[in-house]
Design a protein around this ligand. Structure first.
Ligand code: FAD
Length: 463
């Protein structure tokens, strides 16, 4: 039986980062994943393939919609879905192989197979047993299912199926208006599908700032995506290559039967703990299925830790990786922590939406008094140059200290721009600190300075 300092179960952005960080800190490490390729959900069937398809489809749409205003004439652009998918698969392969290379470089043993606990210091994979002083569970999550909607990955698909359609569905239903549904809905809508998003709640992406969410909703509608809010899919049946959805409106209690070619069930993700043998060790799992940990990411069992999607918190790759580095610091006797108030979130649609810190709803809920600075991209010179001027930057700062409490951006490159606010929150900066920084011209980032200026002084030069 092989013995290690650290065993990591799961090779996603939580697990692989923990394994590399621990090895770099001198530990003898093994990482177990049942997938043949490393990188977990994120690299194989999540962040990376979805962003590649979003990029390819955006390029196609831009050529159709925007080239003419720049004096570029292209006859009738067409696309080859097979080639698009090949491009996506190649990107995934390069990145997963990259992690494999990093594992070799750092002498990390890779074990392929399903892991389960034999005891608190030992893990079984098939007939083999491995022991370690410390074990990290980073088993991630899987798509949530609903009792009345069965995923077959052919007609009713999860996000994994929706990353692999062989042809464009004429009519595509997206059940759930979270970021995964909206991103994949955007991909297929841009490529020609008639997309309808069916959402139980009365808004899209409920964790988003309400004002931004309303504007975002209107932008997506303008692109031709249909929405049925406050609507519930009460049954889904597949017959004659079609998906029959029975949809009930909460507003008037009326039911509608709509036929689609495909339906994507995107109602969230469930932590993966099945088959791990947690019960034998008395490791606590809460009512939502997340493994319970203390502030050191340690479970109720000493020396066994959990990080990433399998514990509470935003289910995001960078949150998993941040926890991975923190837990390795803790295991190796240093001070590891994550600032959960400075974890950005990005929706990679057009426009992009990105945020960090508190939303308006949260500030109101916790009775925090704040100032608001809002600057529209329509008044930003770089937006005028590119022709993409929809969206805004919003910043909330504390009424007394002017410290930044939250920031929300909707528009081109929002996911890149949000970094300035992440650093500001992490450093405890005030909105005035940002307002006084010289930002390059002409850039979208000038809108950040202008929004911060409005929050600080109630005015800015360009509005
Ligand atoms: P995972 O990446 O899920 O990895 C867990 C690994 O553990 C898996 O490889 C699994 O095979 C393995 N495993 C599970 N149980 C066992 C077992 N018993 N034995 C052995 N191996 C096991 N996040 C972002 O931050 N940005 C994005 O743009 C983004 N886009 C996304 C798009 C889609 C379509 C999806 C589905 C997700 C997206 N996410 C995104 C979320 C992101 O993928 C997850 O938050 C992230 O992968 C979580 O990392 P993790 O390491 O906790 O778990």
């Amino acid at each position: 039986m092989e013995k290690f300092d650290l065993l990591v179960i799961g090779g996603g952005p939580g697990g692989y980062v923990a394994a590399i960080s621990a090895a770099q800190n001198g530990l003898k490490v093994a990482c177990i994943d049942k997938r043949k390729s490393l990188g977990g959900t994120c690299l194989n069937v999540g962040c990376i393939p979805s962003k590649r398809l979003l990029h390819s489809s955006k390029l196609y749409k831009e050529i159709i919609n925007d080239s003419i205003q720049h004096g570029i004439q292209i006859k009738k652009p067409t696309f080859d879905l097979l080639k698009m998918m090949e491009g996506k698969n190649n990107t995934v392969e390069k990145l997963t192989k990259g992690i494999e290379h990093l594992f070799k470089k750092n002498n990390i043993k890779r074990i392929i197979g399903h892991a389960s606990f034999d005891n608190d210091k030992m893990v079984k994979v098939d007939d083999n047993k491995f022991s370690a002083e410390n074990i990290i569970i980073a088993t991630g999550s899987r798509p949530s299912e609903l009792k009345n909607i069965k995923i077959d990955e052919k007609y009713i698909v999860s996000s994994t199926g929706a990353l692999n359609f062989e042809k464009i569905p004429k009519k595509l239903a997206i059940i759930g208006a979270g970021y995964i549904g909206l991103e994949l809905g955007s991909v297929w809508s841009r490529l020609g599908a008639d997309v309808t998003v069916i959402e139980y709640g009365n808004s899209i992406v409920p964790t988003m700032d309400a004002d931004i969410s309303n504007n975002f909703f209107k932008e997506l509608q303008k692109q031709g995506i249909n929405f049925m809010l406050e609507s519930e899919v009460i049954s889904a049946n597949v017959s004659k290559n079609k998906v029959f959805l029975n949809i009930k409106s909460m507003e008037n209690n009326l039911e509608d039967k709509i036929i689609f070619d495909k339906a994507l069930l995107a109602v969230g993700r469930t932590p993966t703990t099945n088959g791990l043998g947690l019960d034998n060790l008395n490791i606590g799992v809460n009512s939502k299925g997340y493994i319970e940990v203390n502030q050191f990411y340690e479970t109720s069992c000493k020396g066994i830790y959990a990080i990433g999607d399998v514990i509470e918190g935003p289910m995001l790759a960078h949150k998993a990786s941040a926890e991975a580095e923190a837990v390795v610091d803790i295991i190796t006797g240093r001070n590891g922590q994550v600032n959960y108030n400075a974890i950005p979130a990005v929706v990679y649609t057009s426009p992009e939406v990105a945020w960090v810190g508190k939303t308006k709803q949260e500030l109101d809920k916790y009775n925090i008094n704040y100032k608001e600075g809002k600057f529209l991209f329509s008044a930003n010179s770089r937006s005028k140059v590119t022709g993409n001027s929809s969206g805004m930057v919003k910043v909330y700062s504390h009424i007394d200290s002017n410290k930044i409490l939250g920031a929300h951006i909707m528009g081109e490159h929002a996911g890149e721009l949000i970094g300035e606010f992440v650093v500001s929150i992490e450093m405890g900066a005030s909105a005035e600190d940002i307002a006084l920084i010289c930002h390059a011209h002409p850039t979208l980032s000038e809108s950040i300075k202008e929004a911060a200026s409005i929050a600080s002084y109630g005015k800015t030069i360009h509005s």
